[in-house]
Design a protein around this ligand. Sequence first.
Ligand code: C5P
Length: 239
Amino acid sequence: MAGLIVALDVDAPQDAERLVDQLYELDLLYKIGLESLYGYGERIISYLEARDVRYFVDAKLHDIPRTVGAAVRRLVRPGVRIINVHALGGDTMMRAAVEGAQERAVELGIAPPMIFAVTILTSIGAEELGELGLSGGLGQNAMRLAALARDAGCAGVVCSAHEVHDLKEFFGADFLTITPGIRPGGSAFGDQKRVMTPAQAVAAGSDYIVVGRPILDAEDPVQAARAILDEMRAVPVRA
Ligand code: C5P
């Protein structure tokens, strides 16, 4: 069964906490992105930990291996299920993240969080790839970086739902995918361009879908999240 991750992209910690309280009874994870991490990271993480709620730290780490390994160690706590890094940080950096997570989890006697990699940011176009000195197309680069992430021990990649089919075909079902850019039928696209509905993303093989504004901006966030979970559950399980 695929999981729902709600992006806690809100300005004020009180709003994030209210949302967590409202959605408490639902089976989902929260995503703490850069905005909430830098704005009120320790506060929201402590809030989630105190309520035994699971979360994904969308830290998008990219630094020298020692620094990334040390940062991951700092983030490992009982409730954290997923931490991510940029695959462009390279093999040694990703390995440092995976090892940091495993070692710290052993010290704490808890299950280690999964390390996911971001391949190419979806905001980067074909032209910008060239400016960065990366040869080949977007798809080619994303697949190459996904292979690097898999070999470094990452559990999977953050990607567009449109890429899931190819990734699963190439790397197998056990290499996991987290897909943002999800819009239930009838909701505003905002700045997302290549979207899929929750059901389409799950049918394509997404393991986790990330949803922000369609829940955060809904008149009734609980009803919106429930409807998404129902839609996900209605997708026939893949053989
Ligand atoms: O509000 P919305 O559903 O568009 O939120 C999607 C979330 O996923 C945001 O937190 C955004 O930063 C994140 N994200 C994304 N596209 C990526 C990677 C992350 O939209 N390629």
